[in-house]
Write a protein that binds this ligand. Structure first.
Ligand SMILES: [Zn+2]
Length: 258
């Protein structure tokens, strides 16, 4: 073999080894898993859901909590932990460790992801200054390489699912849990620490802009943007102002006349 050929072959072998290593690393698998979940979540629609990916929350003790995905909506705050494991998964809500069982009969212990995600929820609640746990939902999302064999969970706030039912699981929550006030506040707080999916963020901004424009148009046409009744000039001891004719049922007031 010529020296040149040998070197070429060596380069190819080394390249394959490097690529193979990268492909096998947990980091890349985790990254691919999370990226596909981000993509899936973007199908929720920006109308009702705001998605934050890869949040790092600083805890009061100085440590950090890494959250894969948080979906904020009126229907709750969904904290999603993605697991890109393969094999059969066994476990229940109370066990310290779950079991991952491979086709060749080998078994591996994995730490209970529900407990792990509960830590994330606690850190998130602390960061948001929220004490009401009932608006937080924990979703443990396994990729397509895993089969949830026997995973039992009784807590209605917790779901352990396969990624293919992620959207339907989130959309199954229809009870209003989070006020618009909280929604805005939390959105801004999470925006500060997170990497919102770029298109989602753009669409979200676009959506907010549109909503503001619609409101302006209604006010310009003397229609109350809150209840749809006519806006009228009303008088108070501080002077006249434009407000909803449906007062006192509706308390909408145009901030400045003109
Ligand atoms: Zn009104």
């Amino acid at each position: 073999m010529l020296a040149g050929e040998f070197i070429s072959l060596l380069i190819v072998v080394v390249a394959f080894a490097v690529v193979g290593n990268v492909l096998n690393s947990k980091g890349l698998k985790g990254f691919l898993g999370e990226a596909s979940v981000s993509l899936m979540l973007s199908r929720l629609g920006v109308e009702n859901y705001t998605i934050f990916n890869d949040l790092t929350i600083r805890k009061p003790d100085g440590g950090t909590s890494q959250i894969d995905h948080v979906v904020v909506s009126n229907f709750g705050i969904f904290v999603i932990e993605t697991k890109n494991y393969q094999g059969w998964i066994f476990g229940d809500e109370w066990q310290e460790q779950w079991t991952q069982s491979f086709r060749n009969g080998k078994k591996k212990r994995i730490s209970n992801p529900i407990h792990q995600n509960y830590g994330h929820i606690k850190a998130l609640m602390e960061y948001l200054g929220e004490e009401d746990e009932s608006m937080f939902y924990s979703i443990i999302c396994f990729g397509s390489r895993a089969t949830l064999k026997k995973v039992s969970v009784n807590n209605p706030q917790v779901k352990v699912i396969s990624s293919r039912s992620l959207i339907s699981t989130i959309k199954s929550y229809k009870e209003m849990k989070v006020s618009y006030f909280r929604l805005n506040r939390y959105g801004l707080m999470l925006e500060k620490i997170g990497r919102t999916d770029r298109t989602t963020r753009k669409e979200h901004i676009e959506h907010v802009k549109q909503a503001i424009q619609v409101k302006k148009n209604k006010v310009a046409a003397d229609i109350c943007p809150k209840c749809g009744e006519d806006l009228v000039i009303r008088k108070s001891k501080f002077g006249s102002f434009k407000g909803c004719s449906n007062y006192p049922s509706c308390r909408f007031v145009v901030k400045r006349l003109g």
